[in-house]
Write a protein that binds this ligand. Sequence first.
Ligand code: HEC
Ligand code: HEC
Length: 262
Amino acid sequence: MRARSLAGMLAIVAAPIAVPQASAAAQIPDHFENLQVLPKDISRDSLVAVMDGFTRALGVRCGFCHVQEPGGRQLLFKSDDKPEKRNARFMLRMVDSLNDAVLVNLPMRADPPVSVTCVTCHRGLMRPVTLNAVLAATVQRAGVDSAIAQYRSLRENAYEGKYDFSEATVDELAQQLGAAGKTAEAIQLLQMNQEFYPKSAQIDVLLGDLHKQRGERDAAITSYRMALEKQPRNRQARQRLTELGVTPPPAPAGPPGRPPVR
Ligand code: HEC
Ligand code: HEC
């Protein structure tokens, strides 16, 4: 069990050549005194590959988990003083049991099987939160203007890969806010999303729905018409206009528009 999952982990982390931070590498001993999950006789190279994988998966340095010697600069690798190291050990056990105890019972396992690794969830983040959750928390805590500023700043600072900046992230958040009655906030977020996805008819449909929810009939009609300008066969926009008693413009010939992705 143990050997198999370790091999899996090494296969993933060892792909790019593992080069730990030079200063830390120099301090790594040849044998280890406090391994509770990894095999006690693991080679130095393998241990370094695993640790280097941790740093990349979480976007941190060795010192995120390993405590510094008091008054010195060396890291005390065997010490369990930092809660982050204890959390990481828990995570190691969790990943092992997902792979060795849970996923082996999946009714239709892919062949070759897909293993869970740290990066499956963390994607370069020390706390694997989604962009949707980050922004939702900011709306709640500090208001929609702060959430918009945060989105822009995360996007500009090249957080691609760590967060999902595709159109759907903000669309879904806007729908969640709309369902919770926060329609003004939802509209502001969608208007921002439109800057990044100006061709999206889906955003106009969602804006139309929010205006409709607010009793703003004219604005709703304008939004649905806008959606049809971008995507003349958009089924949702045509249907919503009809519901509002407005005859949609004649649909161009051809197959019906693909319903927007939810
Ligand atoms: C995300 C947290 C985390 C990061 C980052 C991390 N480690 Fe570790 N490290 C651990 C955990 C957890 C263990 C203990 C594993 C066990 O109990 O089997 C450990 C154990 C070690 C040990 C063995 C200590 C002993 O004697 O038992 C060394 C050496 C080590 N790490 C070096 C490094 C180096 C070098 C880096 C940076 C390249 C690093 N670690 C980054 C969590 C981390
Ligand atoms: C199935 C998803 C998943 C996988 C796989 C996973 N983690 Fe986590 N990890 C989480 C979640 C979720 C949290 C945040 C939990 C919380 O605090 O609510 C977390 C938190 C952590 C923390 C605490 C961070 C902090 O801010 O203190 C560490 C350290 C960590 N993970 C390390 C690892 C390591 C190392 C691996 C691979 C051995 C790993 N994780 C694999 C989901 C995962």
